[in-house]
Design a protein around this ligand. Structure first.
Ligand SMILES: Cc1cc2nc3c(=O)[nH]c(=O)nc-3n(C[C@H](O)[C@H](O)[C@H](O)COP(=O)(O)O)c2cc1C
Length: 333
């Protein structure tokens, strides 16, 4: 019998497969289907800082009747489309999902500034979430903003969110930090129980006929796994927070690699959005079959077995590997 169980943020999970923040959690029935198919936990889609601020701006509009202020400010706010749930509705939805599901439910807040919206962390906890994921999605385009200033602000935000809740906190990051291990260590110091690597930035494209910016959302490809894989391998064993891998996991091999790098869980969005909950039992059975054949008895036994601290060639994760890989390229005949 192979033991697939793992722990993440202090939660006991029956296996390492977690439904990543996405429309997968939009409907309670879908979460129930995911649970029945074997998923171990679900991260809710995010409540965005902008949605919370938007609501309070609209409220200001009605209270102050300052039409100019409100319409101008609102024009900067993104259309959150699928996610255009009012904050109160989001909380109700978390509560409904929590009541309907037997697996842990992780709420998700997506924001960057240290404002009044942070109180929603506590409200998500009160709605019944077992843990909270804070997504620090931000694109620094201001030439005056330094990396140090940005990191300090984000560490302060994490500390502020952490101090307002008692449930565990995970922080989801993009890969674009100058010195990632140092930053992650600071986040752990500020109270992040888990670090989720990595958020995907959705890149705008150009429509060259209409000279317009095209907004497309491409799902991930398996090759994208390598970026979080490398960083989890490097950081496993060096920071106290649990590491979760998201981006590019599409099959059991991806799950195994993530575990070997040192992740506690993998978070899946693209694969489940494309293939549906019935993909989960396939992944679990492939995982079990692979492990049985190689005489692994548990997931915990393999976690971190290919981390930088464990492999025979630690330099493979670093600069030295760059020259080696470039040199190994063979030109076409
Ligand atoms: C349609 C869609 C919606 C998403 N919504 C959110 C979200 O609300 N909050 C969040 O943190 N990540 C969101 N993500 C990112 C996913 O949680 C995940 O981190 C990312 O897609 C990489 O994992 P994958 O390779 O399994 O897709 C979304 C992804 C997709 C495809």
């Amino acid at each position: 019998m192979v033991d697939l169980s793992t722990t993440y943020l202090g939660l006991q999970l029956r296996n390492p497969l977690v439904a990543s923040a996405s429309p997968l959690s939009k409907h309670t029935e879908q979460v129930q289907r995911l649970e029945a198919s074997g998923i171990a936990a679900v991260v809710m889609h995010s409540l965005f800082e902008e949605q919370i601020i938007h609501e309070s701006l609209e409220l200001d509009h009605y209270l102050s009747r300052s039409a100019n202020f409100s319409s101008e400010a609102s024009s900067y706010l993104p259309d959150t489309g699928e996610y255009s749930l009012l904050p109160e509705k989001y909380l109700e939805h978390v509560s409904k999902v929590k009541k309907a599901a037997g697996i842990p439910v992780i709420g998700s807040l997506n924001g960057v500034s240290k404002g009044g919206w942070v109180r929603y962390a506590r409200l998500i906890q009160d709605a019944g979430a077992d843990a909270l994921e804070l997504n620090l999605y931000y694109l620094p385009i201001d030439v005056a903003l330094t990396a140090q200033e940005l990191e300090n602000a984000q560490v302060e935000l994490v500390a502020a969110v952490k101090s307002s809740i008692t449930i565990p906190l995970a922080v989801k990051l993009s890969p674009f930090y100058t010195c990632l291990p140092n930053f992650v260590q600071r986040l752990a110091g500020a109270g992040a129980n888990g670090i989720v690597l990595f958020n995907r930035f959705y890149q705008p494209d150009f429509d060259i006929e209409d000279l317009a910016v095209a907004h497309t959302l491409d799902l991930s490809a398996p090759a994208e796994l390598r970026l979080p894989l490398r960083w989890i391998s490097i950081m496993h064993g060096t920071i106290e927070s649990d590491l979760a891998l998201t981006t590019g996991v599409h099959d059991h091999v991806g799950v195994l690699k993530a575990m070997m790098a040192g992740a506690r869980v993998v978070m899946l969005a693209s694969e489940l959005l494309q293939r549906g909950p019935s993909r989960v039992p396939e992944l679990l059975s492939d995982l079990t079959a692979w492990m049985t054949e190689r005489e692994y008895t548990s997931i915990k036994q393999m976690q971190g077995s290919m981390s930088q601290q464990s492999v025979a060639e630690p330099a493979a994760f670093e600069r030295a590997n760059y020259m080696k890989v470039l040199g190994s390229y063979r030109d076409l005949p």
